[in-house]
Design a protein around this ligand. Structure first.
Ligand code: GRE
Ligand code: ZN
Length: 325
């Protein structure tokens, strides 16, 4: 398919590049340069495989893992300015997601506003919880101090991409001795799904009925659990005891959009479309951690209808991010 749009596609600046190294030390001589590159190999591979546009975002965990609030604010701003310069060279091929220092909700709202209104960014991509004040702090965004931030996101009418990061070792004794489960194999999805469910249960979407959240990796495992999460046990039928007004599936189908980043598996795609509807699923690769050729060849031939392919590959993203292409 020509004209695809991909939206979990990462870049790095000098201050954040090394955050990705632990995930690919054995291939760092190619992975590192591919994270930094925007206008070279990236554009060539996009051309080769029918990707018209990438929405760029910073690598992980980057800003979220900087405990010093002032430094986090500075690095976010630096990254956004660098991204705006790159997007400006090819505005027909690239758009931007803001990096935000969620350590300071007010500064994050102000930076998102600047990015959308002055730099033309189309949303934010945030790498999970933030370390506020100390490297051992874990702060999730369902907490009350984030409500004004979420109201700003809603007022700007831009989607918020909740991207994975690893849980902290001090919080996750249960992975001890089983490090293979960390990162993209398992822990990224478990951590991100937990955060998404916290947002849902907190009643955030009752307060912000037009909020739109994007999850990668075909929904971080939530779609296959959706029935069970609300079903509980048939005999006991205990209702959710949480502030939100409705069941989890209600909010998930209404407020969440899923991408195919790093999950090029047709049965999982079909399940995601069945649960969410074809309007809530979008193509993505996960540059540079995944291969553009592999992702595109899989998606272009996946056994779905052509009307669905057009929506998932392009049209949903054009509409959701109001892209001018
Ligand atoms: C990602 O951004 O999704 C990612 C990483 C590191 C390793 C694998 C991966 O940041 O998918
Ligand atoms: Zn990613």
């Amino acid at each position: 398919m020509q004209g695809k749009i991909a939206l979990e596609e990462h870049v790095a600046i000098e201050a954040t590049l090394n955050d990705s190294k632990v995930f690919g030390t054995h291939v760092w001589d190619t992975l590192g340069p591919r994270l930094i590159d925007v206008q070279g190999a990236r554009l060539r591979e996009m051309d080769q495989h029918g990707i018209e546009m990438m929405i760029l975002s910073l690598n992980a965990p980057a800003v979220q893992a900087i405990p010093d609030v002032k430094r986090a604010v500075d690095v976010a701003r630096q990254a956004n300015d660098a991204m705006a310069a790159d997007v400006g060279k090819h505005p027909d091929r690239f758009a931007g997601f803001a990096a935000l220092a969620m350590q300071d909700p007010e500064a994050a709202a102000a930076e998102l506003t600047r990015c959308v209104k002055e730099l033309g960014f189309v949303g934010a991509l945030i790498n999970g919880f933030s370390n506020v004040g100390s490297a051992d702090n874990v702060t999730y965004y369902d907490l009350p101090q984030y409500r004004p931030f979420w109201r700003t996101v809603e007022a700007l009418d831009v989607p918020f991409y909740l991207h994975p990061r690893n849980p902290l070792p001090s919080w996750t004794k249960f992975y001890e001795g089983h490090n293979w489960m960390l990162g993209p194999n398992w822990a990224f999805a478990a951590e991100t799904a937990l955060h998404a469910l916290r947002l849902i249960g907190s009643g955030l979407f009752d307060e912000c009925p037009n909020l739109k959240i994007v999850l990668g990796h075909l929904g971080e495992g939530i779609p296959v659990q959706l029935w069970r999460i609300d079903g509980r046990n048939g005999w006991m039928n205990a209702p959710h005891n949480y502030p939100a007004k409705h069941g989890v599936a209600h909010y998930f189908r209404k407020h969440f959009y899923l991408t195919t980043s790093g999950n090029f598996h047709t049965p999982s795609l079909i399940n995601a479309v069945t649960e969410m509807g074809a309007d809530h699923v979008m193509f993505s690769v996960d540059w540079p951690f995944e291969d553009v050729g592999q992702g595109c060849e899989w998606f272009d031939k996946a056994e779905i209808g052509e009307a669905e392919r057009a929506k998932i590959g392009r049209d949903n993203a054009v509409k959701l991010f109001k892209l001018k292409i």
